[in-house]
Design a binder for this molecule. Structure first.
Ligand code: OAD
Length: 249
């Protein structure tokens, strides 16, 4: 896609980039988003599937849902948006990628300095003692796996009402505070605290660019709202940044 000329000019001065991604970046890999008519929350209620209370009430139902989501990931591959972020990391002086996604596709694409705010669906941990547990090729059928401490093992994601991983959150805030360009990509900007990161960046007069196929609560406040898919807008941004690195000073 063609970027606005003033954005191309502004990108010329950018050295430190912080990116926040949400479910929209993985939509082009065939993974459903949460909100919207085709999203998970149109069919299921978050409080029945994505809370600790739901897990304690009906662990089989919650496990079945996460197994269904894991199954969908078996063949999922990073898309042009994920790959462009790897190029953007290579072209920036400093770069941090903060994601609300649990699908691990950024890592699979090759992003290095990344922070998963909502954990990772491919990991398991004990709901009681918190230990990370390797279940090998485990595939949930009917029996909830148990830790040696006796606690129930659960997917390693963060549920509504749970604290974000402290180190990842501290790194995200630090990256938002110190960047001169903040990209908000494929997120509804509705779920806090992650949705507050662009505001932190704006306090520093950082260049905030939103990439989203729809408008969100962030759109009006962002310096640029690119109403486009991540897979078309991010490669265009990567092209500009790489061209800049290649140009003689
Ligand atoms: P949502 O599903 O709420 O929002 C996805 C956003 O991506 C929407 O604003 C879409 O317009 C946009 N979008 C869709 N396809 C796109 C594309 N190809 N390119 C660019 N944008 C696109 O997902 P999140 O905002 O990430 O939390 O949701 C945040 C959290 O709420 C999730 O991590 C999850 C959810 O409930 C938990 O489960 C704790």
């Amino acid at each position: 896609m063609e970027l606005p000329k003033d954005l191309i000019q502004a990108l010329d001065n950018v050295e430190t980039i912080c990116v926040l991604t949400g479910a929209g970046i993985s939509a082009e890999s065939g993974i459903p988003t949460f909100r919207g008519p085709e999203g998970y929350w149109a069919k299921y209620r978050p409080e029945e599937l994505a809370t600790a209370e739901a897990f304690l009430r009906d662990p089989v139902l919650v496990w079945s849902w996460y197994q269904h989501r894991r199954d969908a990931l078996v063949t999922a591959q990073p898309n042009a948006g994920h790959r462009a972020l790897v190029r953007i990391e290579g072209a920036a002086r400093r770069f941090a990628l903060v994601t609300q996604n649990v699908d691990g596709l950024h890592r699979m694409a090759g992003s290095r300095n990344q922070f998963e705010l909502h954990g990772n669906i491919r990991i398991n941990r004990c709901h009681n003692c918190g230990s990370e547990i390797d279940l090998g090729e485990f595939h949930f059928q009917n029996e909830v796996p148990r830790c040696s401490c006796g606690g129930m093992i659960r997917p390693g994601v963060v549920w509504f009402g749970e604290a974000l991983p402290a180190q990842a959150w501290a790194a995200a805030v630090q990256a938002a505070e110190s960047c001169d360009c903040f990209l908000s990509v494929g997120t509804s900007s509705l779920v806090y605290p992650a949705a507050g990161l662009p505001q932190i960046a704006m306090k520093r007069a950082s260049l905030v660019v939103e990439i989203n196929t729809e408008t969100t609560p962030l759109s009006a406040a962002a310096a640029h709202h690119l109403r486009a898919s991540a897979g078309s807008a991010l490669p265009a941004i990567a092209d500009v940044l790489e061209q800049r690195s290649a140009d003689p000073v």
